[in-house]
Design a protein around this ligand. Sequence first.
Ligand code: PLP
Length: 416
Amino acid sequence: MKKTDGHSSDVPSNQIEAECNLDESRRNFMKSALVGSAALSVMTPWQMAEAQVAGRATNRTIRGVGVAPGVVQISSNENPLGASPRAIEAVLRHMGSSNRYYRSSALESAIANLHELDYEPPRRVPGQPRRIGPILMAAGSGQVLHSLARTYFENAGDEMVAAVPSYGSIERDWEEFGGVVHRVPLKDYRHDLTAMLAKVHRGTKMVSICNPNNPTGTIVPYHEVESFINEVPEQVLVVVDEAYVEFVGDQNYRTSISLAATRKNVMSIRTFSKIFGLAGVRVGYAIAHPDVNEKMSKYHYDNGISLYGKVAAEAALTDYSHQRNSRRLAIEMKAYFAEQFADMGLEYVPSESSFMMVNLKRDARPVGRALAERKISVADAERRWDMKGWMRVSVGTREESEAFVTALREILTTAL
Ligand SMILES: Cc1ncc(COP(=O)(O)O)c(C=O)c1O
């Protein structure tokens, strides 16, 4: 495997900045494909402009992408702009081939190209074992996390180390199988790698790092991750979940992929569910040493992505216009949330991700319920991460984010 330069988003900046030059026929095709979808608003452009200028959009006037009218779904860090249009187009184009098995490894090659990995499409030679490379495909990155716990947990009492609060998926499986999880509290809302290292010993099988972290949106700098990996014994697998990597704005941030490509005990995990807008399509992957992927293959079925998933993900990877717009929206909406939360006197955690944590400084449950009554769903941080008074809000479109803020302001001024 080749070493990558570890650039933060892996998307060439000249390409991400390049305009999306859809020709006229393609544009018309997309228009007709999207008619009837929820992408169109019921408001007239004038009403929309008025509401935006006044900053008083409410969810009654909203038609979010992929949800029923009036619903503001900002609970699961989905892409509010919808899927990459190029991905939708690719799926529609391939529907006629649904009766055929899709045998292309174009997506894997595109991923290898993106991360500058040496990759050879697998050739199936009868009687010979399948060659396993650095890329492990999955029906969503959640599937990799699940396979990791299955593979690395071997005996009752096996140990792993993770941060808390964090995404927590491997940890839940690990405990369910009978393993022990050392959960190390975040320090200033970010991973405390020194404290995590102190929990690593001979019996540790795995360490999980979520970078940027879900739910806090904080990052750990590359040099800290690298020194941590240098210190950890080689038999311990260090997993770095980078589901939100494309949203990071910090210039000093670097992905862990160069480490996964060169070390024997590092795995980086990516998803198409977030910036690419393909959460419902279920595509993710991991980069790791072939030996790690070989070990994973005992439990991990890597041929579970449908034809639609493969062609959608491949098209989305080079839809720089959609990536740029999604990233820009996230940056703008986080700035808007920060300004509004500060104005309301609420504490929040500055985020490098597509969501933000806010401390309501009161019982957040009734506030969540009052929002739900208005068809606005946010993540209940008390139930999910035991963070009393906190709520996690994903960025929405401008209208969705304003509807949330308008409703929150109303609710917070009312005795619940
Ligand atoms: C940090 C993190 N990892 C993994 C996932 C799973 O994503 P998916 O299975 O959709 O790829 C999520 C989903 O929200 C996430 O936040």
